[in-house]
Design a protein around this ligand. Structure first.
Ligand SMILES: NC(=O)c1ccc[n+]([C@@H]2O[C@H](COP(=O)([O-])OP(=O)(O)OC[C@H]3O[C@@H](n4cnc5c(N)ncnc54)[C@H](O)[C@@H]3O)[C@@H](O)[C@H]2O)c1
Length: 257
């Protein structure tokens, strides 16, 4: 039996990238997984014996419906992975107020709504697990340090970092743990999009971009989705029973320099 047998997890943005990898890893440890996404995640859900729900994290109604779906389908909710997010690179003077707000709407408001609506449901069953219920928020190294062309993303991921701590303080008496993960550059469709934008802007080839991404990490490579999925499973499990409000940095050493 896996570490998460009997538990129900909801993973936002679970149709691809880090969300899909987390959904697979949680299921491999025995959890029943609700794959939520604005895009179709039914294929991933079918592969792991979970269920897909269409869910825009910026919609409060969708959040209420997604939590209800987890309860109806699998009997409750024990783990939330606030993973859905958007990313772009833009110099500050080119960032519009409208697009800055859009980034906060998905990356910040989406996480806030998840904390608000999922934690009460997670608390209902938290006492039955040694390590309680668990929420894992996907922040970033960009929630720890600044970078050029990232003003909107830096703002959003810094907010995720501290919302995690605020929610952890409120949820500790409920035996619900709330932690953030701070990945380096991970090879997902999101990063492929960023690499394509850099290649277009600079004229540099794809190999150059990937090499530069890899070189940012002292361990000498980009991260793999499974590197983050392993961290998600750990934080969700009873092995992390004494961790809440913490920042798990999974960045190949990038921010240790
Ligand atoms: N890939 C990286 O290098 C990296 C690094 C640090 C942090 N992160 C964070 O990890 C998370 C996942 O990143 P990824 O690389 O897998 O991204 P991705 O773009 O490959 O996948 C993101 C998923 O989120 C979904 N999504 C987007 N907006 C949504 C919305 N409003 N409602 C519901 N779903 C929505 C997309 O449909 C997609 O399936 C994000 O929060 C990202 O900021 C990624």
């Amino acid at each position: 039996m896996g570490d998460l047998a009997g538990r129900v997890a909801l993973v936002t943005g679970g149709a691809r990238g880090l969300g899909a990898a987390a959904a697979k890893a949680l299921a491999a440890e025995g959890a029943k997984v609700v794959v939520s996404d604005v895009s179709d995640g039914s294929e991933i859900a079918a592969i792991i014996g979970g269920a897909y729900v269409k869910h825009d994290v910026t919609s409060e109604d969708d959040w209420i419906a997604a939590v209800a779906f987890a309860k109806d389908r699998f009997g409750g909710l024990d783990i939330l992975v606030n993973n859905a997010g958007i990313f772009w690179l833009k110099p500050m003077e080119m960032e519009t107020l409208e697009s800055f707000r859009r980034m906060q709407q998905v990356n910040v408001e989406g996480v806030f709504l998840g904390l608000k609506h999922a934690i009460p449901a997670i608390a209902e069953r938290a006492q039955q697990w040694e390590g309680g219920g668990a929420v894992i928020n996907l922040s970033s190294v960009a929630g720890l340090v600044g970078a050029p062309n990232l003003i909107a993303y830096n703002a959003s991921k810094g907010a995720v970092r501290l919302m995690t701590k605020a929610a952890a303080m409120e949820s500790a008496p409920l035996k619900v743990r709330v932690n953030s993960i701070h990945p380096g550059i991970i090879d997902t469709p999101m990063m492929a999009g960023a690499a394509a934008a850099i290649e277009k802007a600079t004229g540099q080839g794809a190999n150059v971009t990937r090499t530069r991404f890899a070189e940012r990490h002292p361990l000498g490579r980009m991260g793999r989705d499974v590197d983050i999925a392993n961290a998600v499973v750990f934080l969700a499990s009873d092995k992390a029973a004494f961790m809440t409000g913490s920042e798990l940095v999974v960045d190949g050493g990038m921010t240790a320099m």
